[in-house]
Ligand binder design. Structure first.
Ligand SMILES: [Zn+2]
Length: 75
């Protein structure tokens, strides 16, 4: 017996590169992983551009701030 449970509430992050006219697509299980994939694609296919890199840095800063806030409210 194969006991397969399908959970439709699980969300996948979908990436589409508009600079490649949507030809490059990827998906990730989490936003952090999606940013890593975006940066890897940018390095490989769009050398010299840093938009995905900057977006990841901005996201990381926001995450760190959100985490710091959570630590404060938990105390
Ligand atoms: Zn691209």
């Amino acid at each position: 017996m194969a006991n397969i449970k399908i959970d439709g509430s699980a969300t996948l992050v979908v990436l589409v590169c508009e600079s490649c006219d949507g030809a490059w697509r990827a998906c990730a299980w989490a936003v952090g992983e999606a940013h890593d994939r975006a940066v890897a694609h940018e390095k490989r296919t769009h050398p010299g551009e840093h938009d995905a890199y900057q977006a990841r840095e901005q996201w990381r800063r926001r995450e760190r701030r959100a985490q710091a806030r959570q630590l404060v409210t938990r105390r």
